[in-house]
Design a protein around this ligand. Structure first.
Ligand SMILES: NC(=O)c1ccc[n+]([C@@H]2O[C@H](COP(=O)([O-])OP(=O)(O)OC[C@H]3O[C@@H](n4cnc5c(N)ncnc54)[C@H](OP(=O)(O)O)[C@@H]3O)[C@@H](O)[C@H]2O)c1
Length: 239
């Protein structure tokens, strides 16, 4: 697959390198030409033979899938005419900044991913890769795969969720389908949870989130759920 990295920072460089090593065609874009060239060289040095470098706009034109890691900046400011992205899958890995390192977040009415979708109405925005630190991708991919770290994926386009799920598997992650893009409102706070664990609680960048479905208890010890009046009214809707 042709992947354009718009914003070759830490996440763009490392995920782009990992995808290139997997065999994808990756084009690193940056506003500083040398940054993109360095990332492409790093990818090629690790076996990502086809890695290329240029401007953010060239990356946007190149990719079938775009990795957009420029946080909360409109694509028009970054690539100019956004019709270059029409019809494409645009991955949003962004998290809100941690206010003064204190994890004291203001309430969020619209997720970063929904905001990106309003800026790019003709694209298929997919929320993903915001719930783990870049360091995980330094691990050999099969070692990472064995850990079954979750990649939460939200988008209004089911086929775009499938595309990103495949790209997540290529990196050694376990995709978790989170449904429509509105659910980025619950995926982005998971980015806050993991950053709190990494930074606030001091677990470090190899802390990770994994969804597990456990075997049901063979014999319920405590009688299970009791049908309270509230539960009877709301259980059908997951209240
Ligand atoms: N790093 C992680 O472990 C991690 C994990 C999960 C999610 N995330 C999220 O992913 C996003 C990127 O994180 P990061 O660590 O990769 O940050 P980063 O290293 O600071 O990279 C940000 C990129 O955005 C570019 N950029 C910023 N403002 C721009 C503008 N006005 N025009 C064009 N380019 C601009 C930067 O370009 P310059 O270099 O030229 O400034 C850089 O390439 C953030 O939202 C972060 O919360 C990060």
């Amino acid at each position: 697959m042709k992947i354009g990295i718009v914003g070759t920072g830490n996440m763009g460089r490392i995920l782009g390198c990992a995808w290139a090593v997997h065999g994808h065609e990756v084009f690193f874009g940056a506003r500083n030409a040398q940054t993109a060239v360095d990332a492409a060289e790093l990818a090629r040095a690790n076996g990502g033979v086809g890695a290329q470098a240029g401007s953010n706009r060239e990356a946007a034109l190149f990719g079938q899938v775009i990795f957009y890691s420029v946080r909360d900046v409109s694509p028009a400011q970054v690539i100019g005419d956004v019709s270059a992205l029409d019809g494409k899958v645009v991955i949003d890995p962004n998290n809100w900044p941690v206010p003064e390192g204190k994890f004291d977040f203001a309430p969020v009415a619209q997720s970063l991913a929904e905001k990106l979708q309003t800026w790019l109405p003709e694209t298929k925005v997919v929320k993903c890769f915001n719930t783990m630190a870049q360091e995980l991708f330094e691990m050999p991919v099969e070692e990472l795969r064995a850990q079954e770290v979750s990649a939460f994926i939200a988008s209004d386009h089911a086929e775009a969720r499938d595309t990103v799920a495949a790209l997540a598997r290529d990196l050694g992650l376990a995709p978790v389908d989170m449904g429509p893009l509105r659910n980025a409102r619950i995926v982005e706070p998971l980015g806050d949870v993991i950053r709190y664990l990494i930074l606030g609680a001091g677990l470090g960048p190899y802390a990770s989130l994994k969804v597990d479905v456990l075997q049901p208890a063979e014999t319920g010890r405590f009688g299970g759920r009791v049908a309270t009046a509230w539960w009877a009214r709301n259980s059908a809707t997951g209240g």
